[in-house]
Design a protein around this ligand. Structure first.
Ligand code: FAD
Length: 827
């Protein structure tokens, strides 16, 4: 009878023990586990902290007693193996409950001790409020700490998947969460362009990010931990989670002089045999040659550990298992509403390994764009430009990420190529996929490049190759262009390229782009067939550009980092904003439409419905939030619910009888009571007149609304908006327009700025209040100030640039105010 001794009782250890028993009923199997539990769900620990997994007992896949009962394995929890005697083939074990020590002899020893969290020697790191996460006892301590009402601010150090999962789960507990990462991006298993999307999503969810900034020290001050970063930034925390990474937990292997790799991982062969033929090792503690570079790598993931366990047991019992081929490190993480996944090598790793590669990407819908709830999915592949052999793939999106990454992983593991992706046959029906799945699209794009139909450029190459001589064509619609474009780009919509060829120089390098790449490609094809040769299509298009430039800006100004523009809705399949679905009865998808588009679409659909019908409207225009409330009230429809999630506003409205809500007497009173003033002009004299009238009306007890639109909007600009990210046109307008009410000029006799000064002096002499104090009076009198959302978008004046207390609304907000007003003025 053989004795198999196993060190470690979780993924690799318990898996090995179970398979050993299935293959060898006679053997004596002893499994030592230092902790209290075996086979627990370490991958589920962060979700227990967040309360998503509510029952602690659910973390235990199987108890020690049950494991013994089913597999007849001698399970020894709270027993630590403290040394290995290789000559005599025994391990020395300490019973952590009693302190007793004893030896256990083996025929084969299997090491699956896992990896321990890294705890660098940062000053103050031993503070009791600083936790690492590996085991159930770690999460118990964390849960106890965050259950205290005094614990409201958390700092998570490390932006790998454990750090991100902890950040999300602490946020789920309504805590203020800050994440610090020494690299310039989170999730090092994806490239920067993909990580940019994840980072924006985290900020949208209220997590403050400090990237490219390490922790210098922890200090306890007045009952809290002061976290000081290398940049000098100080963050106050009630709890700190260290998730900096893991290191193979291989002290006993090291002491036993087993061959170890550079980072302390145990070296094994394809049968998991260590440098000692009687000792095998699996899991997070081993290193194995990468299938791509052949250099040894450690991949601390549960999937490989479990599969290795199955193989090693066979190797032990039968003398040989199917040779292990290594792992391509396929991983996935949920980050709030987003999923990010990776397989194979990233661009960074390929560059480091000096492996030449090409990459293409696509921003597609998770399923057919015309079927409801198709959500944006960004994907990219990296491959050998000569052979088309796939090296890696990444996906970030709101739905369908998992199945796409698994398809890529399967092809990559089997040596697949871009041709395989183009040929891939998926199960298709509109709710699940598209007739050309994003996987196919990646294959098609890569084929086009290989066949010379297209030449692509990545954002990194774009940054390097932009010169004064480059002619950049934005192939989107003028409306999209006005909302933001690459610096220096010329807007030639792809439908107009043929008729505007004379505007496009033949002798300059040309870069084309659109929202995501498709219209850019169409433009490129037209140009190539008209003799243009130096043409490149920017893969990922404006969406990628926007995400990256936002992030690069946030890197410099982490405190001012702006809310993302990455919307979960893909629009049309070519990336253009989706027009309203006129045939929808219970759902209106107005995502991508600007004010007044969503309201007009809503009204059009509502007109065809009968009282009592319910309508669900989705929109991404921020002003719609307020507009739909006003519109419903105004039109006598009932707003059943209103929610904003992932930048998408969802309103459910019940069609009313078509009358304005409220009794007729109430309505009559409202009509007499109100005054509304549209401030269209930014001439100082006209604006003064508007405020004089507004304050006068307020003084008579009227409810006054001032609606600032177009040039009038500049009256509400603040001079100190902080760092505000703007597109090119927005910056242009920003420079040209007055910076606020103190900068306005007169409509007549302005005299190059002298006029306003004379006017101000005259007003002082005549004891007439200045514009700023009129504004203050109006605020104090309760005058409602509404900034027109559409004008804000057009003029590039974002919300942070407006004075405090200003509401943002659209036509419906104005109409509601106007309908309650006996006085309506346009100034
Ligand atoms: P482990 O599962 O860590 O087991 C090693 C065990 O050995 C430990 O319990 C340890 O106490 C014991 N031990 C060590 N030394 C001794 C000794 N001398 N004597 C006795 N016992 C000893 N992977 C994924 O693929 N997806 C995920 O979503 C995911 N989420 C994770 C979340 C968290 C919070 C953590 C910590 C890990 C996560 N992982 C995830 C990683 C995954 O859990 C590991 O890759 C996997 O458990 C490795 O298995 P292993 O057997 O090598 O080590």
């Amino acid at each position: 009878m053989k004795t198999y001794v196993i060190v470690g009782g979780v993924a690799g250890g318990a898996g090995t023990a179970a398979r050993l028993r299935r293959l060898d009923e006679e053997a004596r199997i002893v499994m030592f586990e230092r902790g209290e539990h075996i086979s627990y769900a370490n991958c589920g620990l962060p979700y227990y902290a967040g309360g998503v997994i509510t029952e602690r007992s659910r973390l235990f896949v199987v108890t020690a007693d049950r494991f013994t009962e089913v597999f007849n394995v001698d399970v020894k929890t709270r027993h630590e193996v403290i040394s290995i005697n290789r000559e005599e083939q025994f391990v020395h074990v300490k019973d952590l409950e009693t302190g007793n020590e004893f030896d256990e002899y083996y025929d084969t020893l299997v090491l699956s001790p896992g990896a321990a969290p890294v705890r660098p020697r940062i000053p103050g790191i031993d503070d009791p409020a600083i936790f690492s996460l590996r085991s159930v006892s770690d999460i118990d301590a964390i849960v106890q700490k965050i259950s205290s009402p005094q614990t409201s601010r958390a700092v998570v150090v490390g932006g790998g998947f454990i750090g991100l999962e902890m950040a999300e789960n602490l946020k789920e507990r309504q805590m203020k969460v800050t994440l610090v990462e020494a690299l310039d991006q989170v999730m090092n298993v994806i490239d920067y362009d993909m990580a940019a999307v994840v980072q924006q999503h985290m900020r949208d969810k209220g997590v403050q990010l400090y990237l490219k900034d390490g922790v210098k020290s922890f200090e306890r001050e007045k009952g809290i931990v002061k976290v000081t970063l290398s940049s000098g930034t100080e963050i106050e925390a009630d709890i700190v989670i260290l998730a900096i990474g893991v290191r193979p937990d291989t002290k006993i292997a090291h002491d036993a002089q087993l061959a170890l790799g550079k980072n302390g991982a145990i070296t094994v062969d394809a049968q998991f045999t260590t440098s000692d033929p009687h000792i095998k090792a699996v899991g997070d503690a081993i290193e194995y040659p990468s299938p791509f570079t052949k250099n040894p790598v450690t991949v601390p993931l549960a999937g490989p550990a479990n599969k290795q366990a199955r193989l090693v047991a066979e190797s032990i019992v039968t003398g040989k298992c199917r040779p292990y081929t290594g792992t391509i490190a396929t991983s996935i993480a949920k980050i709030f509403d987003l999923t990010a996944a990776s397989t194979g090598m990233t661009g960074k790793q390929l560059r480091l390994a000096e492996i030449p590669f090409a990459e293409v990407q696509t921003h597609a819908g998770s399923h057919a764009g015309y079927y409801p709830n198709s959500l944006q999915l960004a994907m990219k592949i990296l491959y050998d430009p000569q052979t088309g052999k796939l090296y890696g793939g990444q996906a970030v999106g709101y739905a369908g990420v998992d199945k796409r990454i698994d398809v890529l992983a399967a092809y990559i593991k089997k040596g697949g190529t871009i041709e395989d992706l183009a040929d891939f046959e998926q199960a298709y029906a509109p709710p699940f996929s598209s007739a050309k799945d994003p996987i196919n699209m990646l294959g098609f794009i890569a084929q086009n490049v290989a066949d010379g139909y297209s030449s692509t450029i990545t954002w990194e190459e774009l940054n390097q190759s932009l010169s004064d001589n480059t002619f950049i064509i934005d192939a989107r619609t003028p409306e999209e262009f006005d909302l933001g474009a690459l610096p220096g780009a010329v807007n030639i919509p792809h439908t107009e390229v043929r008729s505007r060829l004379s505007e496009i120089p033949q002798d300059r390098p040309i870069i084309v782009y659109c929202a995501m790449g498709i219209r850019g490609y169409l433009t490129e094809r037209i140009l190539r067939q008209h003799g243009y040769t130096d043409v490149k299509n920017f893969v990922g298009g404006y969406k990628t550009w926007k995400a990256i430039t936002n992030e690069l800006d946030a890197l410099e100004h982490p405190k001012d980092a702006q809310i993302s523009l990455f919307t979960p809705n893909p629009g049309e399949e070519d990336g253009s904003p989706r027009p309203a679905q006129s045939d929808a009865i219970t759902l209106v998808d107005a995502c991508g439409l600007q004010c007044p588009g969503p309201i007009l679409t809503l009204k059009k659909t509502m007109d065809s419905m009968t009282p009592g019908d319910l309508l669900r409207v989705l929109a991404t225009d921020p002003g719609f939030n307020r507009d739909v409330q006003s519109w419903s009230k105004l039109t006598g429809n009932h707003l059943v619910s209103l929610e904003t999630k992932d930048g998408k506003i969802e309103a459910v409205i019940e069609k009313g009888a078509g009358k304005v809500s409220g009794t007729s007497s109430q309505k009559a009173v409202a009509v007499q009571d109100g005054a509304s003033i549209i401030v269209f002009s930014n001439d100082m004299d006209r604006v003064l007149a508007a405020f004089v009238l507004a304050n006068g009306a307020a003084a008579t007890g009227r409810k006054v609304t001032m609606f600032f639109t177009f040039w009038g909007l500049t009256v509400l600009r603040t001079k100190k908006p902080g760092k505000v990210k703007k597109d090119f046109m927005g910056s242009m307008f920003g420079m040209m327009l007055p910076k606020g009410m103190d900068d306005l000029s007169l409509s007549q006799i302005n005299f190059g700025g002298m006029g306003p000064k004379l006017m101000k002096r005259r007003m002082k002499q005549k004891h007439v209040d200045q514009l700023r104090s009129m504004y203050a009076q109006a605020r104090m009198a309760g005058v409602r100030m509404v900034a027109c959302q559409m004008s804000m978008d057009i003029m590039g004046i974002p919300a942070p640039e407006l004075l405090d207390g200003v509401e943002i609304g659209g036509v419906a907000t104005y109409m509601e105010a106007a309908s309650e007003s006996g006085v309506n003025l346009f100034i």
